[in-house]
Design a binder for this molecule. Structure first.
Ligand code: PEP
Ligand code: MG
Length: 542
């Protein structure tokens, strides 16, 4: 009971300090009342007395007692027929977590403060949590939630952190100080392995490093098929620091720069100057190679307090370009930064989640306004900056030939195209099994986008996770894509595959794949043609 009272006292003290810190900021005054509300929850007699009573009567520890009472509270709030009150549940949960952390003595330090090397096992990690990870400290992670194309998994790939997500119950199984093998290639987690297994994995780890080194020898060679079709292989990045990895792995430019990470893990918005300086660094480092800067794609699984969050259905909500068109002030600030950076190298602007021609025209109008404004201010920028869109909503894919008249390039975002076409929430582990890039609908949509784009002479690329997965390369190549953009680490393996392929053969196989009724048929076809490539890395001879 004493521990419980002490935890309540400490939680109050911490919140008081948070409140003081917030109040110092100019916009903070309005937010301070939220903290007041949290402090009031900690003073609620029912919450405190019921916990004490549970400890006394049930002879359970304070954590358990508090958790039980908290659960009851949450249930009561959830059953209230008032939306505002129901929303307060998350306040109660936040405060509850703080008390529990104080009880168990686990300080909530961000993952960037880690002092020793760890494997992180968590129920869920937000993309923002993951972006703060440092590879040297986080040796790997495993989560209950998530899927291959959730942004948490994507960032893990960019940071080269081994990870397995969507395990549903891993947090129930692992104890602190367990020895864990995270096999991100096969999607396996092994807890407290036998020495034999451990030895086998240590050997695999070594072989993997050799395999990577071998592939890197292709770095300066072009991705060209045996019969001469040249493909551009580019890198996807989220952070400036990843540019060097793209260069090191032989990327011929940046095909997707996910700029939303500039907005995460902070309370205010990036200024025009910040945008400009950040993009300039990337553009100069890559010059003369192109950098495709995608405008803000907030919402979906990347939410912050001012965007996304709070929607019943965020993936279908005010996400990406929809948010930007609603908040033109935020949008224009970013566009100014991008355009200014275009004077320092080769920039391409790309808009996410475009769903139709009118929406695209509205976006281009905003861009023109910003360009006019910069001209008037006499600020230099590339007047011919190429403008493209991500094709990731089925409606856009269906009218690709119409959209192609209005832009300079397409990039197919298969992560979202699969999410929206197959109706599978990309962060929901329960439907992750339906993620199937070989689904005939997806192959047909991709083909339609390639044909629609080529009919109007524009380049068509692909930048979803599918692009970097060896299993899909032959078919994608055969469907006629001009450019593949992926996490830097995957570039060498994809390059090797392309260099071993005959384009005419890939085209013929892709034609036949388009006639298949199921993904299994596509795989069988590839196997018959001896073109099936396992996802796992190819072991070296011997
Ligand atoms: C996609 O949807 O395929 C894509 C590349 O964009 P993101 O993963 O950032 O949504
Ligand atoms: Mg997308």
């Amino acid at each position: 009971m004493r521990r419980f009272e002490e935890a309540i006292r400490r939680s109050k003290e911490q919140l008081q300090r948070v409140k003081e810190r917030i109040a110092e900021r100019k916009e903070g005054k309005e937010h301070a009342y939220i903290i007041d509300a949290h402090i009031m929850i900690l003073e609620d007699r029912m919450l405190i007395d019921d916990t004490i009573k549970t400890i006394k009567e049930e002879k359970v520890n304070a954590e358990w007692a508090f958790r039980t009472v908290l659960k009851r509270f949450v249930e009561i709030f959830n059953s209230i027929d008032d939306e505002y009150l129901r929303e307060r549940v998350s306040d109660i949960e936040h405060v509850g977590e703080r008390v529990l952390r104080n009880l168990t003595g686990t300080l909530h330090e961000g993952l960037h403060y880690l002092k020793e090397n760890v494997v992180v096992v968590a129920h869920d990690l937000s993309p923002a949590d993951t972006a703060q990870m440092v590879k040297e400290k986080v040796l790997g992670f495993a989560t209950d939630m998530g899927s291959r194309t959730s942004h948490t998994a994507i960032i893990a790939r960019s940071l080269e952190i081994p990870a397995v997500v969507g395990l549903e119950k891993i947090t129930y199984t692992v104890e602190p100080h367990d020895t864990i093998i995270i096999d991100g290639i096969e999607g396996k987690v092994i807890i407290n392995p036998f020495q034999k297994t451990l030895d086998r994995y240590l050997a695999i780890q070594k072989r993997y490093a050799l395999y990577e080194r071998e592939l890197l020898q292709l770095r300066d060679l072009p991705a060209v098929t045996k019969d001469g079709r040249v493909i551009k292989l580019m890198g996807n990045i989220e952070l400036v620091e990843e540019v060097s990895s793209v260069i090191d792995h032989g990327g011929e430019g940046i095909g997707l720069y996910r700029t939303e990470f500039l907005y995460l893990n902070r309370k205010d918005f990036p200024t025009e100057e910040e945008h400009f300086e950040t993009y300039r660094k990337v553009v100069e480092a890559m010059a003369p190679k192109p950098v495709t800067i995608r405008t803000l794609d907030i919402g979906g699984d990347k939410f912050v307090h001012w965007g996304g969050g709070g929607e019943v259905n965020p993936a279908l909500g005010l996400r990406a370009i929809r948010f930007c068109l609603k908040r033109k002030d935020i949008f224009k600030t970013q566009l100014r930064g991008i355009l200014r950076a275009s004077a320092f190298g080769k920039v391409r602007i790309m808009f996410p989640l475009i769903s139709g021609v009118e929406e695209l025209r509205e976006v281009k109008k905003v861009l023109r306004e910003v360009q006019e404004e910069l001209k008037e201010r006499g600020i230099p920028f590339d007047r011919d900056v190429p403008v493209g869109i991500m094709v990731e909503v089925p409606s856009a894919a269906m009218i690709a030939d119409r959209l192609a008249r209005e832009v300079d390039f397409f990039s197919i975002g298969t992560n979202d195209l699969l999410q929206y076409t197959l109706a599978i929430d990309r962060v929901n582990e329960h439907v992750a099994y339906l993620y199937e890039p070989f689904h005939p609908s997806i192959l047909r949509l991709i083909k339609g986008v390639v044909d629609g784009g080529h009919r109007h002479g524009i380049e068509v690329g692909i930048c979803g996770e599918m692009a970097g997965d060896p299993e899909y390369v032959v078919i994608l190549l055969g469907l006629g894509l001009d450019q593949f953009s992926m996490n830097a680490l995957s570039i060498p393996a994809v390059k090797r595959l392309i260099r071993e392929m005959v384009y005419e053969k890939a085209r013929e196989v892709a034609e036949r794949a388009l006639e298949c009724s199921t993904a299994s048929e596509v795989r069988r076809l590839l196997k018959r043609e001896r073109l099936f490539v396992e996802r796992e890395f190819l072991p070296l001879e011997g």
